[in-house]
Design a protein around this ligand. Structure first.
Ligand SMILES: *Cc1c(COP(=O)(O)O)cnc(C)c1O
Length: 404
């Protein structure tokens, strides 16, 4: 079929909007290039990336070591399935397990965070022989039917009901509610140690510890969804490290691929031992090009000490942004590492548009939060620039004043 009449004459942004399914509203800028912390639009305007990639930019855009690893792999082998062992895939598994805390000794590789959660949910049911899954209020775990069934957002769930049976929501940060909900039927509790999409909401340290103890007592598994928080985003390799706990299953994604779609479900030996042969799988699981990228990302995080960088830079940005708490239109400023939220008393879109005009691409979270997820390779000057412009944009939009 030829493209509908009239579309060919539109500008590229409108053309993409006309051909895309349309479910994701588009900003009015075509991004065509990226390097380190910066992306450029088709007119050559530069933007600092504090959310243009949903927080997949831990090592920045096109990190030279990631690009080189991918190019080398492209010249050798682009795909072979899990049935056939592969040197590059082995390199990723070794690095991933070495980076994880003791006890998480095996991994299933896949492409997206949602898939990593689907794997965790299936493995939890199979390992326990139980059906019920508990998830928390304000959670986000993905949009396929299983992960969506654990996502506490009515607008995302409702059009697609009936969802997967056996999923039940419990109130976040409420140990009593959790105690009441857990039973001999519970296969797992799935949680994000810092809820991202829900509004940059860190779960209490004590709650995480209690959740670990209570699930273990009930014979249920604990799944940590570290898709957004993992690989150092919160200033620690995993956000659950902060509570000193060890989940049974951990899903990672987003930053793992350095810009390519790579995700994984880490698990204990015990969980892996209880999976039946061929009860899970995927055509592109462990794809060597993805694996080359992810292995390089893990090397870069380590060699450039980027997790530490996320911690120190995040603290500095957060400290600086805290003055916004004095502003009447601001409810609060919070975050961990380079996962930062400024909660307003109104919708964040006008602030996001003001930031774009100031050359910074940020994200929303929840109904009222401006979310910053910048790369860990951000320079001090770039970090200060993002903070300064965020303050100015929030002031401008909440008080009408120009704070520049
Ligand atoms: C982004 C995200 C997902 C979904 O990952 P996709 O790669 O979009 O499938 C799941 N859980 C959390 C916490 C996320 O932030």
């Amino acid at each position: 079929m030829s493209i509908q009449k009239g579309i060919a004459e539109l500008d590229p942004v409108a053309r993409e909007s006309a051909l895309d399914s349309g479910v994701v509203p588009k900003r009015q800028v075509q991004i065509v290039r990226g390097e380190a912390s910066t992306v450029w639009d088709a007119d050559g305007n530069a933007y600092l990336d504090a959310g243009a990639t949903f927080g997949t930019n831990h090592v920045g855009h096109r990190h030279p070591r990631v690009v080189q690893a991918v190019k080398d792999q492209l010249d050798r082998l682009m795909h072979v399935t899990l049935t056939w062992p592969n040197d590059t895939r082995l390199g990723l598994l070794e690095r991933l397990v070495a980076a994880a805390p003791d006890g998480l000794e095996r991994a299933f590789l896949c492409a997206t965070g949602t898939e990593a959660n689907e794997c965790a949910l299936k493995f939890a049911r199979q390992a326990t022989g139980r059906k019920e899954v508990l998830y928390l209020s304000r959670s986000f775990h993905g949009r396929t039917m299983g992960a969506l069934s654990a996502t506490a957002k009515r607008a995302y769930q409702e059009p697609f009901e009936p969802l997967v049976p056996g999923f039940r929501m419990v109130r976040a940060n409420d140990p009593e509610a959790l105690k009441e909900a857990l039973s001999a039927e519970t296969a797992a509790l799935i949680l994000e140690p810092v809820q991202g999409e829900g509004g940059v909401l860190p779960l209490d340290r004590e709650y995480l510890k209690t959740a670990r103890d209570l699930t273990a007592d009930a014979g249920a598994l604990l799944i940590a969804d570290e898709v957004q928080t993992g690989m150092g985003r919160t200033g620690r390799f995993f956000a659950f490290d902060d509570a000193g706990i060890l989940p049974d299953l951990v899903s990672v994604g987003k930053g793992l691929g350095g810009g390519l779609p790579v995700a994984a479900t880490l698990m204990t030996q015990d969980v892996a031992a209880k999976q039946a042969t061929l009860s899970h799988g995927s055509t592109f699981s462990g794809n060597p090009v993805q694996a080359a990228a992810a292995a390089a990302v893990l090397d870069v995080l380590k060699d450039e000490r980027l997790v530490e960088r996320s911690a120190t830079l995040g603290e500095r940005m957060l400290d600086d942004l805290r003055v916004l708490e004095e502003v009447p239109g601001v409810r609060g400023v919070r975050g961990r590492g380079l996962m930062i939220g400024v909660e307003l008393k109104a919708k964040p879109q006008p602030v996001l548009e003001s930031l774009r005009l100031r050359g910074i691409l940020a994200l929303s979270a929840g109904a009222t939060v401006v979310r910053l997820l910048p790369p860990f390779v951000l320079s001090d000057a770039e970090a200060d620039h993002i903070v300064g412009e965020t303050k100015a944009a929030v002031l401008e939009q909440t008080t009408g004043a120009d704070a520049a």
